[in-house]
Design a binder for this molecule. Sequence first.
Ligand code: ADP
Ligand code: ADP
Ligand code: MG
Length: 678
Amino acid sequence: MFTKILIANRGEIACRVAATARRMGIKTVAVYSEADANAKHVAVCDEAVLIGPAAAKESYLRGEKIIAVAKATGAQAIHPGYGFLSENAEFADACAEAGLVFIGPPASAMRAMGSKSAAKQLMEKANVPLVPGYHGEQQDADFLHAQADKIGYPVLLKASAGGGGKGMRVIENSAQFKDALASCKREAISSFGDDKVLAEKYLQRPRHIEIQVFADTLGNCIYLFERDCSVQRRHQKVLEEAPAPNMPAERRAAMGEAAVAAAKAVGYVGAGTVEFIANQDGSFYFMEMNTRLQVEHPVTEMITGTDLVEWQLRVAAGEPLPKQQHELAINGHSIEARIYAENPEKGFLPSIGTLRHMETPGAVAFELGGAVNLPAGVRIDSGVRAGDAISPFYDPMIAKLIVWGADRKQALARMAQALSQYQIVGLATNIAFLKRLVEGQAFSTADLDTGLIERNHDALFPAAQAAPDAALALAAVSLIESEKDRSAAQSGANAADPWGQALGWRMNHPYLRALSFGDEFAAAKPYGVNVSYRATDWLFSVGTAQPQVLSLMSQDGNDISIKLGERAVHGTVRRDGDMLHVFTNGAHYPLAYNDPMAHAGETESEGGRLTAPMPGKVVAVLAAKGQEVKKGDALVIMEAMKMEHTIAAPHDGVVDEILYSVGDQVADGAPLLAFKTA
Ligand code: ADP
Ligand code: ADP
Ligand code: MG
């Protein structure tokens, strides 16, 4: 076995690989970009070496540099994780030339499966079922058009070198063909540097079912059952589970054997995934083979009690597979949800920024290798900690939340519960969306197909709802109590002096406070919360609603228990600037507090600095030093997450200083220019 390996990746997968290596007594070397100097993967490895600037091309994709680091640090093998160099045959060859073990399949197997078209030609020979279509060499537009007509619409065009759900076009009829081909080829060349496409029948309501295969260098090849990854957005996976619901044992065996045949046809070694697209009637076709460890591999580990990274290391070191086919069995059910920094309501647009606060469900330390024995059935694979940033440079995945249950019903319940305990403040996440998805009728009854999200659009994207009075009451209590803390701190030694405290209670006549909160629902008309102070409690009302008695039961930091009318309410309230993030009853209510005192101390003449709303690049500077501008004039344009953001003048004034120029990278919150009010 190796004594030291280099992990050529970042984020959760680098941490995941490091965890197994540590358990096996293998030392780890991390590589990192300038943007990742303080990243979790750097902290969890034994050594870490800087390999270049943030852009992946200049760091995580620099194969020759990474090989040099491995040599210099005495690592014997390189684990590529997924993405980046994991499916790069040239890199695997270069490792071999440098005398390093590439922890993955032989370069020849990667080459054979790297092109979807070539892979299909091979699979045809191995008698693996294929979606009807054309996957040959001819790329002439008229020829491809005739092929599409022959297949019958709808037809799917796919970039042969594609991946990550990119480079695909659905064509509904012959008239759309020409434009779709041109745009598919454009995307294929820009994303993958290769404009070769294939055309195939676009299946209706299909399921994505994939088989985990594993092979060793001694000729053994087995399958570790299936994963259902049908819940997708933009052809990218959102929820994955194992085993696939309603899978008859004979079909499982048939798909497993087809996958093993596919792997054997290319002389496969290591962990691989054979993806199939399946009709509702159960017929299935080969789609592609991913020649690496897959993002969703944990659900397989949870139901088989295996550690697939340990298997990868053993196989790469020349050992036989730890188990044979007949020694494997399915135990229970596992579901994974990909927690992303993104905004589902805005077309799943990535969101970047700092994880100012993160509370994770009662997760159990990641420990595998024996039978699955997790008391709470919850596992979190994460590459970030509270305080870390999600940057525009890499995938905006925050964590993978994985649950295990004795059956699907229990796994579903645990997933819903774990999602409601996941608290993140600082950027938009898909947590609430995932919860609606998991609890929704379609997923909970396993009515699965790749169109599940679109089909259930209305239920999954409900209109903004009014914040419940329980959430508003928690926000109000949190504010009032924090003022008390502050005034107690101010009165110092006299904290016990009743006259020095801002308790709000006035002898003889009640003190009434009007608090104003806003959110998406109340964008036009904020919630008017009335709190009237009494000796030991308050009267609370929202707008003109009937007042209810409100009292504080207990408080432990940000955790607050209140009594509102006859209800006991528990929640967490996090303050982030003017925002109060209320987490209660499994939901997150971001409330903007319209603080009447907040801007009282500021004078207009102080002017101000204008800051970057998120880390990104300056793409245009539209104002010059000394220039007079009007309120709302665009001053600087930034690009972050492939989106443009305009920074405009908050009021009329003069540009005092411009701190960046076009092309500069700027950090979250960095002042971009100084500004004087006219
Ligand atoms: P999986 O089937 O494991 O979910 P994905 O297709 O989602 O695989 O991709 C896995 C990882 O590889 C992700 O991190 C994704 O961002 C990355 N990835 C996939 N295809 C590409 C590509 N063509 N270029 C760069 N990264 C890619
Ligand atoms: P990628 O390399 O981007 O992962 P895949 O070929 O694996 O590309 O396809 C990704 C997704 O696109 C599938 O999971 C499925 O949802 C959809 N898809 C692919 N082929 C078809 C098809 N022939 N009919 C319907 N949907 C398809
Ligand atoms: Mg795929």
